[in-house]
Design a protein around this ligand. Sequence first.
Ligand SMILES: NC(=O)c1ccc[n+]([C@@H]2O[C@H](COP(=O)([O-])OP(=O)(O)OC[C@H]3O[C@@H](n4cnc5c(N)ncnc54)[C@H](OP(=O)(O)O)[C@@H]3O)[C@@H](O)[C@H]2O)c1
Length: 353
Amino acid sequence: MAAKLKVGILGATGAVGQRFVQLLERHPWFEVVALYASERSAGKAYGQAVDWRLPVPQPTYLDDMVVRRLDPDGGVELVFSALPKAPALEMEPRFAAAGAAVVSNASAYRMAADVPLLIPEVNPEHTALIDHQRKARGWSGSLVTNPNCSVIGLVLALKPLEAAFGLRQVQVTTMQAKSGAGYPGPPPEVIGDNVLPYIGGEEDKLESEPLKLLGTLVGGAVRPAELVVSAQCNRVDVLDGHLEAVSVALGERTSVAEVTRVLAEFRGLPQEAGLPSAPEQVIRVMAEQDRPQPRLDRDMGAGMTVTVGRIRPCPVLDYKFVVLSHNTIRGAAGAAILNAELLCHQGYLALPS
Ligand SMILES: NC(=O)c1ccc[n+]([C@@H]2O[C@H](COP(=O)([O-])OP(=O)(O)OC[C@H]3O[C@@H](n4cnc5c(N)ncnc54)[C@H](OP(=O)(O)O)[C@@H]3O)[C@@H](O)[C@H]2O)c1
């Protein structure tokens, strides 16, 4: 069997951490050798520390591995971070300074000028920021991030439209799953039979991160895309899968048929390069009037395919449609794993020979 990169998971017991554990079990390039979480879990075997909540059986391969305190104690070449913002702010640079490639889900460094904010199908060239980052921060490791879980589905749908027609304005209303709030998440007496029309900090992320993702790399910096995004975010009583109602103003006139074709044909570097976690189909366009739906469609392409439906003219902007993406797979752990595969493909991370 080929040697694999030694990987650690920060925040391994949480909603996203559990997805990493599930998705990395049989990864062809990465092998989990270290698990990290808070003082609550440190010192316990993972099987005891974790309260497994995913709707798939708990894998047993890490049951006996003892969970560690956050300490860059070496031995890992690649670190996936599923930490909340505050510990991520403090600890992610310490792991990078110890020489690890840190691939983070947290919002702490997403908008830092020298940190790539990546979706491999959208802006794989932004990894060039790593060279500037290493010089500026004086570390041999690296730090890259994936966007907010609602931003990923949205921008995967915006990118082909921007490339084909130009993009001026976006209005998005999200209906976000409970698992997006981490564990334990909103209690049943709060979210049951209800919609919460506020998610702290979320609308700012929806309005700023797409500009960096769709921005242009000029010298050692990203020039943000000239685009206005208006977002309204809601938490709904759904287990997994963020649904988004989107309206767009394009740069030129087109047709529903052309918008549909451009979305359905979208492919990127991960598909061309055959990266292990790349879905064959980036966007599945559904023709049924009442799709996509979270319960029926979130697992498309093992949770890595984004589904789009209800493409139609918009009387205010140009076109409107519905986007669905799996928030803890394409929106978090799967996104980070694909980012790490991109770093390997581009030579920023060396696979053992
Ligand atoms: N949920 C999503 O859909 C989603 C999507 C994209 C991005 N994200 C981002 O991913 C990160 C993790 O989110 P989540 O939903 O998985 O959160 P979560 O369920 O609350 O899990 C947090 C994890 O971090 C650990 N942790 C908390 N405080 C810590 C500390 N001070 N030191 C060390 N470990 C600590 C927890 O360990 P214990 O179990 O020991 O407390 C747990 O393993 C967040 O930054 C979030 O914004 C989440």
